[in-house]
Design a protein around this ligand. Structure first.
Ligand SMILES: Cc1ncc(C[n+]2csc(CCOP(=O)(O)OP(=O)(O)O)c2C)c(N)n1
Ligand SMILES: [Mg+2]
Length: 658
C-alpha cells in the first residue's frame, strides 16, 4: 500500500494517540469525532501547544517511522508529511463553506440550531457570503426561492434538524412545482443517533422525497464535497428544482479532504438540452400548415429566459399566444398577438382560442389541471406540439402529437432560425371578436376595485418585480398586471402557497437591490408570514407591500358564494367568539390593524379606503427608501374573480359574472 495513504489513514489515528494524552478535552470540545477504539500504531507523546505547530514522529507499525508536522487549530488539524505532499485535512463544516464560495454563492438564507451551530460558526469567520436570517424557516425558503427566480442563481438555505427541517416542507414543494433551483442544507443528529428518535431527529430526506428533485444524507465525510457539487449541478440543470442535503453533525465535524471537486459526473443524470431537429422541423411544418395555430407558453419560457427570442418568433410567425400564469411575460402583455392567460381564471378569448385552435404549439408547460379543465375536452380540435426539458411532463396529462425534449431557450432559438410567417389574419379576426365580446374588466361599482390598484401599479412602475400571495388578489394580479422585459411576476403557481408573497419580496429585493419590489397579498396570506417585517426592516428593504383587505379568505369565499349557497364557513377573518356570541352582529374593527402592525416593526403603514387615494399612497411609498411600506387597501368582499371555470368544467364553460 502506498506510504502516503497508509500515513493519511493511520496518522489520523496516530494523532489520536497524541491527542488522547494531551488534547482529550480540547478535541472533545472541537467535536472532531475520532473513533478512539480504532487507534493503531505505537504511542508517541509530544508537547504540541494549541494553535502551534510541532514536529512529531509516529511509528505506524512495522518499521515505518515517519515524521510529520502537526498543527492544531479550532477549525481542524493539518498534517504535512515532511518534505512530501500536503495531506491537509479540514472539518466538513469548513469544506462546506469553501464549497459554497466555489459555487459562487453570495447570499444564504439560514436559521440556526444545535445541529448546524458549527456551520454557523464557520460562516461567522468569513465575509464573502451574506447571511440573511428570516424569522421563520418557511419564510426563509420562500425568500431563497424568489432570490433564485429573480437572479437566475441557485437559492441556498441552511436550517437545523427536526423542526427547522420540517418548516422547509411547504417551501420545497412550492419550489418543486415551479421548477426553482434551490440547495437546502438541513442539520441532522449524529450518525449513531439516526433512527433512534433522538432529540430533533426527523427523516427529512424521506419526508421530502416526493417534493425535491434529489435528496440525500451525507453518511461519510469523504463524500461531502462530491455531494455538494452534485447538488448544485442537479438543482440548476435540466428542469431546475430543489435539492436537499442532510448533514449529520458528526460527519460535519470530522476531518477529511480539503478538496472540492471541479467536475461532476453523475451516472443516470445527463439532462438533454439540445433539440431534435427532425422533430422540430416536423412541428414547424405543422405550424405553417395550420389554419388556427396557437402558441401556449408556460413557465419554462421564463425560467429559460427565452422571452426575448420567443417574442421574435411570434413577430415572425404572426401566431397568437396564450400563456399560463407562470408563463405570463413570455411575450410582453401589450403585444398585439398576446391574448391572455388561459385556464380557470383565464381570459375568455384565451380559453375560446384553445378550444378552437387546430394546432397548439406549447413550450415549457405541465398542462396542469388549472389550465386544462376537463382533460378530454381540452383543445379538442388541435394537434399538439410540446417542447419541454422534462421528459416526465410530456404526454403526462395531455397526449401530444409531436414531443420535443429540449431546453426552451435552445428550442426557441432554433425555431427563430427556421420559422416563416403564417397566415393568421382570419384567425386573429375571430380572436378579436371574442376579446370584444368579453373584455377583461371588473364592473365599476363606484368603490375601489382590485383592478384600480393594479392599473395604478401599471401606470407608476415601469421597472418592477411583483410578487403575490395566493387567492383572489393573486388572480387579479395575474389577469391585469402588465409584464414586459423590465418587469417580472413572481408567484406560487403550482402549489398555490399562501404566505409566499411577503418573504418572496424580501428574497427578490435582496437579489435585485436596484429594482422596485412590490408584493401583493391578501389579508389572509399576509398574516401567514407577517413576522418577516422584522427581516425586511432590519435589512432596510424598501418594499411596497400591498394588502388587499377584503376581511375574508376571499378565494374560498368565492367558491362558497358560487357553489355552496353563500355559507361562508371558516372564511370570515374577523369572526371569533364575539361574532358567534352576537350571532354575526358584532366583530372587532381590525384584527390585526395592519397599519399599526407595520409601524410596530418600524415600517411605514398607509390605509387606503377609496379609489382617489391610490395614486398618492404609491407616491408616498416611493419616498420611503429605508423601510418597507405597507399599503392596506380596503376591498369590498363581494368582488369576484371572473371569468371562472367551474372546477372540473371545460374551458368553454366559463362563468362570466353573477
Ligand atoms: C397555505 C395555504 N392554506 C390554504 C390555502 C387555501 N386557500 C387558497 S386561497 C385562500 C384564501 C386567501 O385569502 P387572502 O389571503 O385573504 O386572499 P384573497 O383571496 O382574499 O384575496 C385559501 C385559504 C392555500 N392556498 N395555502
Ligand atoms: Mg382576503
Amino acid at each position: 500500500m502506498p506510504r502516503e495513504e497508509t500515513a493519511g489513514g493511520s496518522l489520523r489515528e496516530g494523532i489520536m494517540e497524541v491527542a488522547l494524552e494531551q488534547w482529550t478535552e480540547r478535541i472533545r470540545r472541537m467535536q472532531v469525532g475520532f473513533n478512539v477504539s480504532r487507534v493503531t500504531g505505537k504511542r508517541y507523546r509530544t508537547e504540541v501547544p494549541y494553535r502551534q505547530s510541532a514536529e512529531i514522529s509516529l511509528n505506524l507499525g512495522g518499521n515505518t517511522d515517519v515524521s510529520f508536522a502537526l498543527s492544531i487549530g479550532c477549525s481542524g488539524l493539518s498534517f504535512f508529511k515532511k518534505g512530501g505532499r500536503s495531506v491537509r485535512q479540514i472539518t466538513g463544516n469548513k469544506l462546506l463553506v469553501r464549497a459554497l464560495k466555489e459555487e459562487g454563492v453570495d447570499t444564504i438564507f439560514g436559521y440556526p440550531g444545535a445541529c448546524t451551530i458549527d456551520i454557523s460558526d464557520e460562516l461567522y469567520k468569513q465575509e464573502d457570503i451574506r447571511i440573511i436570517v428570516p424569522r421563520h424557516e418557511q419564510a426563509l425558503v420562500h425568500a431563497a426561492d424568489a432570490y433564485a427566480r429573480t437572479t437566475g442563481k441557485v437559492g441556498v438555505c441552511l436550517v437545523t434538524s427536526g423542526p427547522g427541517a420540517t418548516n422547509l416542507v411547504t417551501g420545497l414543494a412550492t419550489a418543486n412545482y415551479d421548477s426553482v433551483p434551490l440547495v437546502c442544507f438541513t442539520g441532522q443528529v449524529a450518525r449513531h443517533l439516526i433512527g433512534n428518535d433522538a432529540f430533533q431527529e426527523v427523516d427529512i430526506v424521506g419526508i421530502t422525497r416526493s417534493i425535491t428533485k434529489y435528496g440525500v444524507t451525507v453518511r461519510n465525510r469523504e463524500d461531502l464535497g462530491r455531494i455538494v457539487k452534485e447538488a448544485f449541478y442537479i438543482a440548476r440543470t435540466g428542469r431546475p428544482g430543489p435539492v436537499l442535503i442532510d448533514l449529520p453533525k458528526d460527519v460535519m465535524c470530522e476531518l477529511g479532504s480539503a478538496e472540492y471537486p471541479e467536475t461532476v459526473n453523475i451516472r443516470g443524470y445527463k439532462p438533454n438540452t439540445s433539440v431534435h431537429m427532425g422533430q422540430l422541423k416536423r412541428a414547424l411544418k405543422m405550424l405553417k400548415k395550420a389554419k388556427k395555430p396557437l402558441f401556449l407558453a408556460g413557465g419554462g419560457v421564463n425560467i429559460a429566459r427565452a422571452n426575448k427570442v420567443f417574442t421574435e418568433v411570434v413577430n415572425k410567425t404572426k401566431v397568437p399566444v396564450v400563456t399560463t400564469i407562470m408563463g405570463r411575460g413570455a411575450v410582453p402583455t401589450d403585444h398585439p398577438l398576446y391574448i391572455g392567460n388561459l385556464g380557470m381564471h383565464g381570459q375568455y378569448a384565451a380559453n375560446m382560442a384553445v378550444g378552437e385552435c387546430d394546432l397548439l404549439f406549447s413550450i415549457g408547460t405541465r398542462f396542469n389541471d388549472r389550465i386544462t379543465g376537463k382533460l378530454h375536452a381540452f383543445a379538442p380540435n388541435a394537434q399538439i406540439v410540446h417542447i419541454d426539458i422534462d421528459t416526465a411532463s410530456i404526454s403526462r396529462n395531455i397526449q401530444v402529437h409531436v414531443p420535443i425534449v429540449a431546453d426552451a431557450l435552445e428550442a426557441v432559438t432554433k425555431m427563430n432560425e427556421y420559422v416563416e410567417e403564417c397566415d393568421t389574419e382570419k384567425w386573429m379576426g375571430q380572436i378579436k371578436g371574442w376579446k370584444e365580446e368579453h373584455p377583461l374588466l371588473i364592473k365599476d361599482r363606484g368603490n375601489m376595485t382590485p383592478m384600480d390598484i393594479i392599473e395604478e401599479i401599471n401606470r407608476q412602475f415601469d421597472e418592477a418585480i411583483i410578487t403575490t400571495d395566493v387567492g383572489q388578489h393573486q388572480m387579479f394580479v395575474t389577469q391585469y398586471i402588465q409584464i414586459n422585459e423590465k418587469k417580472q411576476l413572481v408567484t406560487s403557481g403550482g402549489l398555490g402557497t399562501m404566505g409566499y408573497g411577503f418573504p418572496a419580496a424580501i428574497g427578490a429585493k435582496l437579489g435585485n437591490p436596484d429594482k422596485t419590489v412590490i408584493a401583493v397579498s391578501g389579508d389572509g396570506g399576509m398574516q401567514m408570514n407577517i413576522q418577516e417585517f422584522a427581516t425586511a426592516v432590519l435589512e432596510e428593504l424598501p418594499l411596497i407591500l400591498c394588502v388587499f383587505n377584503n376581511e375574508y379568505l376571499g378565494m374560498v369565499r368565492q367558491w362558497q358564494k358560487l357553489f355552496y349557497g353563500k355559507r361562508y364557513s371558516m372564511t370570515n377573518m374577523r369572526a371569533g367568539a364575539l361574532f358567534r356570541r352576537t350571532n354575526g352582529e358584532e366583530m372587532p374593527e381590525y384584527t390585526p390593524d395592519f397599519v399599526k402592525l407595520a409601524e410596530s416593526y418600524g415600517a411605514k403603514g398607509i390605509r387606503v379606503m377609496k379609489k382617489e387615494d391610490i395614486a398618492a399612497a404609491f407616491e408616498e411609498a416611493k419616498k420611503n427608501t429605508k423601510t418597507p411600506t405597507l399599503i392596506e387597501f380596503i376591498i369590498d368582499p363581494e368582488e369576484m374573480v371572473y371569468p371562472m371555470i367551474r372546477p372540473g368544467g371545460t374551458l368553454e364553460d366559463m362563468i362570466m359574472d353573477c
